[in-house]
Design a binder for this molecule. Structure first.
Ligand SMILES: C[S@@+](CC[C@H](N)C(=O)[O-])C[C@H]1O[C@@H](n2cnc3c(N)ncnc32)[C@H](O)[C@@H]1O
Length: 396
């Protein structure tokens, strides 16, 4: 997938991409099909429970009469989610700016086999709406995004710079809230994302949602376990909590689509790169760090927060290395970064249902590091005016 652009202003935007490639066209179709299959797949799950329920002895069924009603409610919630999904995938064929809509046209005749992991991603996308664009996600965002935004304000004080001259990149931007918050402060900010699940949903929020809390999803309806009360499973969450078009008139906010490693090749370009729950999404985390180092301007900063969940670890047919944070730290320093701030055990959550009996919390690592000022394109200008490269330095 190549870059796509969506410039977020109060005007509708289209994304920039190149979907000429047959493989990519098929991938596009597969994700649209996954969204379309959501209702069927989710209702099948409830019906399985209902069918077993109806096989229980009558007196058990009678004792569980409220539970039976609850299952009806679950089905209603799935229908409601499906209405939002229909809006998300409506017109997706047109979201890429540089693509003839017929190329990306959704082929209704294609009978794509549903993939289970894709259904999990549809459900995860619905939960991500809560993390990024709901009042219910405010605590989570405070713990994750606020730390990063505050650091940016500290590194590039608004009173000392022209914020639109500060170019900030957010790779793995998800549904775009962190990038939006950065742009809202006046900085020029670009989010980058390669998942079409996220891109379709962020396109809907950023380009189509004009009014606050106009839409509702039931993000926890697929969590059949660990519910204290039935309404904890069926809870409705409204979004967006703010109007995504509510940016300063001159705000420079864009989203690009594509693999971070392929889209960003220009050396010494960015003043700041902010990564949140991202670096563990690599097969080879060293490659992510190398790219971040390369594309940062000399003197530029990398701000990172997140755990090391290593998304490819133990996935069949996927390669993965899983270095500890200590080992990653060595890599960061090995490339020549100066570590300026470092904190471990930063309590963070990810798309968490706060009412669930099961809670998951990460002791995340937070750090700020800088590409040294004299370092251009892999060459260190040392204090004596000589030149070395970081690999040589390591050897010596
Ligand atoms: C765990 S999510 C974090 C999203 C967001 N930063 C947040 O904190 O909510 C990681 C995101 O990075 C995206 N991603 C992973 N590898 C990527 C790559 N190579 N290029 C672009 N995006 C990538 C995934 O699709 C996913 O949306």
């Amino acid at each position: 997938m190549e870059a796509m652009d969506t410039t977020t202003s109060s005007h509708p935007r289209r994304m920039h991409n190149s979907y000429e490639d047959e493989e990519e066209r098929k991938h596009f179709q597969r994700i649209v099909s996954a969204f379309r299959y959501y209702k069927t797949h989710s209702l099948l799950r409830v019906r399985k429970t209902e069918s077993y329920f109806l096989s229980l002895p009558q007196h058990h069924q009678k004792l569980l009469s409220k539970y039976k009603e609850h299952l009806q409610e679950v089905k209603r919630c799935i229908e409601n989610n499906d209405q939002i999904i229909k809006l998300i995938i409506k017109d997706v064929a047109h979201i890429f700016e540089n693509v003839c809509p017929t190329t990306a046209q959704v082929d209704n005749t294609l009978n794509l086999r549903p993939v289970m992991s894709d259904q999990e991603k549809v459900q995860a996308t619905i939960k991500q709406l809560v993390r990024d664009w709901s009042v219910e996600g405010a605590e989570e965002r405070k713990a994750c995004y606020q730390l990063i935004v505050d650091e940016i304000l500290y590194q590039f004080p608004l009173e000392n710079c022209k914020p639109s001259d500060v170019h900030i990149l957010v790779p793995g931007a998800g549904l775009g809230r962190l990038a939006f918050e950065i742009a809202k402060r006046g900085y020029t900010c670009q989010g980058n994302e390669f998942s079409l699940f996220m891109l379709f949903a962020s396109n809907f929020v950023l380009n189509k949602c004009r009014d606050i809390n106009l839409y509702q999803v039931h993000p926890w309806v697929h969590q059949y376990m660990n519910n204290l009360k039935p309404e904890h499973q069926t809870q409705a969450v409204s979004f967006p909590d703010v109007s995504p078009s509510d940016l300063p008139g001159n705000a420079q906010f864009s989203m690009t689509a594509g693999d971070f490693l392929e889209v960003y090749t220009e050396s010494n370009h960015w003043d700041c790169i902010a990564t949140c729950f991202f670096i563990d999404c690599a097969n080879n985390v060293v490659q992510f760090i190398e790219t971040i180092y390369k594309i940062l301007k000399p003197g530029g900063v990398w701000i990172n927060l997140g755990p090391l969940l290593y998304h490819f670890s133990d996935l069949p047919n996927e390669d993965s290395i899983e270095p500890s944070y200590d080992a990653i730290r060595d890599v960061i320093l090995g490339f020549g970064f100066q570590l300026e701030k470092e904190e471990t055990k930063v309590k963070t959550r990810y798309a968490q249902n706060i009412n669930s009996m099961l809670q998951c919390e990460y002791n995340s690592v937070y750090f700020v590091c800088r590409k040294p000022n004299g370092h251009v394109d892999g060459v260190n200008h040392n204090q004596n005016g000589g030149e070395t490269n970081s690999a040589q330095e390591q050897e010596n």
